[in-house]
Design a protein around this ligand. Structure first.
Ligand code: ADQ
Length: 459
């Protein structure tokens, strides 16, 4: 079989079977090991002078190919256009979009430069799979220098409705660039629909739709295919990690400090798309309106900072610190802190074990392509005494996890009510919901996501 070449902004720091590896990284790495191939992307280093070339590291049949970025490229391509323009726009926050034409030029320039670095390493029958919004112009860049290999693209974040996308200057160039891929993958059917709507209504393109095959798109003088491929996890592996971690130090500490109280838990990157402020307020509403919950339930929010050099991320951090301080100041008692807000990264086995310990998984993003935390929470539960997932209707995962209590993350009272329902839910109901969700996670695990995408790309 032909080699697989994965291209992503960052190359995952894989230590085989190691705790840092998330579902996506493990799924993609598995595919690479099966077919042999290469994982190419930014090393994560900002370097003082343009790098001499790519650093290659062989691990069995897989080559990790990484390269540093100079400060200007980092600022324009990564911090600028990717994270201050595309990320807010694609998460339906046009109010947060910052656009600078030099950053857009830098974004396109870095994509071309990365393409030029990769091209000499390619073999004629390699299949290339590009990931995420940092690399929208990557296929176009490769085509311009004569690369004819099959190239697919998977968008991990939502694809916005046309009216939102139109607020991004140069949107037409972005969508035209997307049409240089052979296959586009989206997380959910609504994301695919939003893309098709742009093609038909804004780009004068045409679409042939099929019931169980990717649709065929003609636009900008190109033809390509597109479909939804919801990303999954490996639920059995997560369940095993969670069980193993039950007696670990961190879990014992949390249990000891809970003193039999119930635990509501959330884990996110600290990002304004994750709905953290609204979530804190919903927990406050619960203890405000239901005094019997006070001193009987604690909320643990784990959220390590990310992208802290983008303004909007500094703002959300300050806002959350203020909210948790205010709520705790108002309700805390000598032996009870309502909200435990922890600003750091935990390893996967610890998170899995904490998920298993908690009575409610509270996952309420304002927008999210999929949200793997929701799937990991369900996977980690004890089948004999599972917790309840409270999930935002705006997470891609809400379309699959039918046993969750689905909430609107802007409806603070509705979220507080869902928390109360979850905390009081009888065992039989919890078990039925858990079983349905676990079975569906097993059926649509991350291998299924990867294999379906690769089948359609090779087709
Ligand atoms: P993210 O926005 O990062 O991913 P999510 O899917 O929830 O969102 O998390 C990705 C991984 O990071 C999960 O495996 C999770 O366990 C881990 N993680 C999150 N917070 C953590 C923490 N505090 N400590 C340690 N690990 C943590 C993007 C899109 C999502 C999409 C994924 C995959 O935004 O919508 O689901 O890609 O496609």
């Amino acid at each position: 079989m032909s080699r697989l070449i994965i291209v992503s902004n960052r190359v995952a720091p894989i230590s085989e079977g190691g705790p840092a590896a998330g579902g996506l990284a493990v799924g993609v790495y598995d595919a690479l090991k099966e077919t042999g191939g290469m994982w190419f992307g930014w090393s994560g280093d900002v370097v003082s002078a343009p790098p001499d070339g790519i650093t290659l590291e062989e691990r069995g049949p897989v080559t990790f190919a990484t390269i540093g970025l100079v400060r200007r490229d980092y600022d324009q391509y990564y911090r600028g256009f990717s994270n201050a323009t595309l990320w807010p726009a694609f998460h339906y926050r046009p109010d947060l979009i910052q656009f600078d034409r030099h950053e857009f030029d830098g974004y396109c320039r870095v994509n071309r430069w990365l393409g030029q670095q990769l091209a000499p390493l390619l073999k004629p029958d390699d299949v290339i799979w590009v990931h995420d919004y940092h690399l929208i112009p990557f296929a176009q860049a490769l085509r311009e220098i004569g690369v004819t290999n099959r190239i697919g693209f998977f968008l991990h974040i939502p694809f916005p409705a046309s009216q939102i996308l139109l607020s991004v200057p140069r949107h037409r160039e972005l969508v035209e660039a997307l049409c240089s891929f052979d296959l586009l993958g989206f997380q959910t059917a609504p994301d695919l629909r939003a893309f098709c709507d742009y093609i038909e209504c804004e780009a004068n393109g045409s679409i042939v739709r099929h019931a169980s095959k990717p649709c065929e798109i003609s636009a900008f003088g190109k033809t390509l295919k597109a479909a939804a491929y919801p990303i999954g996890v490996y639920p059995d592996e997560i369940a095993a990690l969670a069980k193993d971690g039950e007696s670990g130090r961190d879990v014992r500490t949390v249990k000891a400090t809970l003193h039999q109280r119930k635990l509501v838990m959330s884990v996110d990157r600290l990002d304004y798309s994750k709905g953290l402020v609204e979530r804190f307020r919903a927990f406050e509403r619960l203890i405000e309106h239901q005094p019997q919950q006070r001193n009987n339930v604690s909320f643990l929010q784990i959220a390590p900072p990310t992208r802290s050099d983008v303004d909007a991320y500094r703002d959300i951090r300050l806002q959350l610190e203020a909210e948790s301080g205010r709520i705790n100041g108002r309700y805390a008692e000598l032996d009870w802190t309502p909200i435990r807000y922890i600003h750091r990264q935990y390893e996967r086995p610890v998170l899995a074990a904490l998920f298993r310990e908690s009575h409610v998984g509270f996952v309420t993003p304002l927008r999210d392509g999929m949200n793997l935390v929701a799937k990991e929470y369900v996977s980690a539960q004890d089948p004999a005494d599972p917790g309840v997932l409270v999930l935002s209707q705006f997470a891609g995962a809400a379309r699959e996890l039918n046993g969750a209590l689905i909430v609107n993350p802007l409806d603070i009272d509705g979220m507080a009510d869902a928390l109360a329902t979850a905390l009081a839910m009888p065992l039989a109901d919890r078990q039925a919901r858990y079983r349905e969700m676990f079975d569906s996670l097993r059926e649509n695990n991350v291998s299924v996501w990867r294999d379906n995408f690769m089948r359609d790309l090779r087709d």
